[in-house]
Each structure stands twice: as structure tokens, then as C-alpha cells.
Design a protein around this ligand. Sequence first.
Ligand code: FPP
Length: 240
Amino acid sequence: MRAVASTPAIPRHVAIIMDGNGRWAKKRMQPRLFGHRAGAESLRAVLRACRDHGVEFLTVYAFSTENWVRPEDEVSGLMSLLKTFLKKDEHELHENQVRLRVTGRIRDLPEAVRTELERVMAATRAYTQGQLILALSYGGRAEIADAVQAIAWEVKEGGLLPDAVDEATIAQRLYLPDVPDPDFMIRTSGECRLSNFLLWELSYAEFYFTDTLWPDFREKEFAKALEEYARRQRRYGAPS
Ligand code: FPP
């Protein structure tokens, strides 16, 4: 009998596309930022749920490279929401020994946000009980392009031979090479697309789509998603 990769009941790394804040606000005849604020509450709830369920890594798509074209007030509102989140929730990261990290082109962010992010990342750097990874000014294609550019320079400078470039060479030059690939990807709000999120890293992840809008996605919805994950059988290309 052939061995089939067995799936541990709990994913080690969960990645989430937090979608539907705007529609949630619209339903309530409120501005989009109202939805993003409620979305930040869902992030708090899901982060706590990760701790309770034993999920080690949580990556959330908080701002994509494409989001820069949103109206100016929405972009600045999201940036100040991020600063508030960092201020309000830093103590919880310390209490639970959770390390904060960013994936994406952090240099694109406004200086005040960058400074605050760098401060909290440095303050939580040594923690080993979990990682919260914010994808900010993140694009999957941009990440791969940045890795390819780094490789091209190494080849040009003679440190790497073209024939030696393989999958590991690329994986090691992504933004967070030490983080294991996500096991489980959740997207809320009924959209069934990847939208340029972790294109390389999600190659073998299980996908879960729900109609629930992100501001309504809290502990119960997360537990339901994890139950579904536990029923999946991951095969990594092996026959069943
Ligand atoms: C997509 O919903 C969501 C975003 C572009 C932003 C996600 C941000 C948060 C949840 C805020 C909290 C994050 C931090 C890090 C504090 P959408 O606006 O595209 O929704 P729509 O498709 O209904 O318009």
C-alpha cells in the first residue's frame, strides 16, 4: 500500500484574505472605513483563536500592492487603523509571546507607519509562541520578481551559477524564507480568487472559501473552517 501524507488536525500556518469590509459597511449605510474598523476586530478575534487552537503562524492580507489605487482617504484611514492596531494590541503580543512580522514592500509605507511597525517587530523579535504576519504593500508577483532580481545580481556577481538555480534558490530569496508555507488559506466574502496573495507559498495549501464577510468572521467561523481543514486529506501530488 502506498503511504498517503496524513494531515495534522490543526494547520501550523493559516493565511487569510480578509475580504468584504466595504460590503459589510455598505449594508449598514456606513463609510468603508467603518467596515475596516470592524475588520480589525475580527483580526483580533482570529488571532486569539489561533492561540487557543494552537495555530503557530497567521498571515493576513492587510494591504496589497494593488490597494494603493483606492481613494486617498481610504488608504490613509487604513494606515491609521494599522497604527492604532499596533498601539492597542502590542501588549497582547507581549502577553502571548507572539512575534510580529511583515511581508511585502515595507519601504512603500508612510514613514510613521513604518517606524511603528519596525518598533513592534523589534520588541517582539525574540518571541517563539506564534507569529502574526501582516502582508502590507504585498503582491505575490512582486515578491517573486524581487527574488528573481536578487538571484540575477548574484549570478552577475559570480556568486551563483545559472545551473544551480532551483526551487530552493527561489524559496530562500522570498520575503520570509524561514516561515513554513501556509497549510490553509481562507478567503471571506464569497470571492474565489487568489488576488496575487502568496502565489509561491500557497502551492500546496488547502483553500477554504466562505460567503461570510470578514467583519462577521469571528471565533465560531474560524473554528468551523478548522473543522473543514481537519477533514481534508493532503496528498502533495501522491496518489490516493
Ligand atoms: C478587503 O475588503 C480588505 C482590505 C483591503 C483591508 C483589510 C484590512 C483590515 C481588515 C483592517 C485591519 C487590518 C489591520 C492590520 C489593522 P474590501 O474593502 O475590499 O471589501 P469589499 O470587497 O466588500 O469592498
